[in-house]
Design a protein around this ligand. Structure first.
Ligand SMILES: Nc1nc2c(c(=O)[nH]1)N[C@H]1C(S)=C(S)[C@@H](COP(=O)(O)O)O[C@H]1N2
Ligand SMILES: [Mo]
Length: 410
């Protein structure tokens, strides 16, 4: 990746020769191109560059790209199979040499700014595998439709992130006793391009901010974080809605109240405290809504792909992952008879806290015909995935219904 790439300046300054060089080919009808026209190739249209061809595009303004479930089969999600969720436009200027992180807010003793080099040198690096799942993953399952991206089940990944602990940085800055929350600020732009507006600025309570696994990362799977996933710096907080993991991180404010940035208001990333019926007019206040914290227990069948055909005498080897927000998975089961009976799966320990756990099972089918395999995880507090879509909510969050695949035995 270019270490100082400024799309806007580049386009303003470059000659046709330079443009052609950057494109890797010449613009055949360049003489017909309107003055100042930005070729689509440079117009943010690059989210799919380096992504697997089977990725599903939910939208391109902003970019929202989903992984089909069978692509999530790897133990550690490779970049080309990671979903992308942007609320705004990726920063036009990414200059690593001058990139800084400032820690400020009501509850720091004094604000402090670090360069990337200082962060890397001053604090001990840690590497963790962390599940980042969009709060709206599974939203398309809600009836009637809840507003927002109609994600299937693929707005989740578990990659390996390297960075420094937020708690080490906060200790170096010095935090006041009245700190209750942190809020991040990233360098992406609001869709309106109004510089006073932020696309998203969310946060977590101090207890979550100070966990060992809450890191300020510069590497994803051992390499620089790709542009669309937050290059060059990102807050990574596993187990909670991925919206708290701020990309293109430039500032963290330590707040003396619940952070009030963009997408902390209304019913964004909140669920009703008691059941709400579709269409019911519920005030969007703290009395009725609570901020989503730990994500619920969930699992995926990543192999085989739904619709698999197998020979009648064959044993089917199933596998997938399970996770439960802040908690661990205690039990994983599959059923081939629509949930009438369940079979225990082999379940592995997580690589570290907040990583997903791999499961596998071998099943035999009694005769030829159509089957469904249903998968159900149970966390260490005894919470199991529901068989049917859980409580409808206006934001369409937290659909953790058990996953099913179709299998034809012939
Ligand atoms: N700065 C910034 N951070 C952000 C977002 C964003 O739009 N801007 N999207 C959030 C949301 S809603 C999700 S689900 C995750 C998605 O992370 P990914 O695109 O790396 O998969 O990033 C979060 N962090
Ligand atoms: Mo999200």
């Amino acid at each position: 990746m270019n270490s100082a790439f400024d799309r806007r300046d580049f386009l303003k300054q470059s000659s046709m020769v330079a443009l052609a060089a950057a494109m890797g080919t010449n613009i055949v009808f360049a003489s017909k191109m309107p003055k100042g026209y930005v070729p689509l190739l440079f117009d943010e249209k690059d989210a799919l560059k380096g992504k697997n061809l089977e990725m599903i595009v939910q939208g391109d303004k902003p970019w929202n790209v989903e992984s089909p479930v069978h692509l999530l089969d790897d133990r550690i999600t490779p970049v080309d199979k990671m979903f992308i969720r942007n609320n705004g436009l990726i920063p036009e200027t990414i200059d690593v040499a001058s990139w800084t992180l400032t820690i400020d807010g009501e509850s720091v003793k004094a604000p402090k700014t670090y360069t990337l080099a200082e962060l890397k040198k001053k604090f001990k690096p840690y590497t963790y595998q962390l599940v980042l799942e969009c709060g709206g993953n599974g939203r398309s399952g809600f009836q009637p439709q809840a507003s927002g991206n109609q994600w299937g089940q693929g707005a989740v990944h578990c990659a390996e992130w390297t960075g420094v602990r937020l708690k080490d940085v906060l200790a170096d800055v010095g935090i006041k006793g009245d700190a209750v929350y942190i809020g991040y600020h990233g360098k992406d732009q609001h869709l309106s391009k109004d510089p006073k507006k932020e696309a998203i600025s969310r946060g977590v309570p101090m207890s979550k901010a100070l966990e060992d696994e809450t890191i300020i990362a510069w590497q994803l799977n051992g390499k620089d974080i790709p542009e669309f996933h937050g290059y060059p710096l990102r807050l990574v907080i596993g187990g909670w809605p991925a919206s708290v993991s701020g990309k293109w991180l430039s500032r963290i404010s330590v707040r003396n109240k619940v952070h009030d940035g963009a997408k902390m208001e209304g019913h964004s990333y909140k669920v009703p405290k008691s059941p709400v019926s579709p269409g019911e007019d519920v005030p969007q206040t703290d009395e009725y809504f609570k901020i989503i914290e730990s994500m619920p227990v969930k699992s995926l069948i990543t192999f085989p792909k739904s619709g698999a055909m197998i020979a009648s005498d064959a044993e089917l080897a199933l596998r997938g992952h399970a996770w439960a927000g802040d908690r661990a998975i205690k039990k994983m089961e599959v059923s081939i008879d629509f949930g009438a009976t369940w079979k225990d799966c082999k379940l592995e320990a997580p690589a570290n806290r907040l990583a997903w756990q791999h499961w596998s099972a071998k099943v035999k089918f009694p005769s030829k015909g159509y089957y469904e395999v249903w998968a159900k995880a149970t966390d260490d507090k005894g919470n199991a995935q529901p068989m049917v879509i859980p409580a409808w909510n206006p934001g369409g969050y937290l659909n953790n219904a058990c996953e099913r695949i179709a299998v034809k035995v012939g």
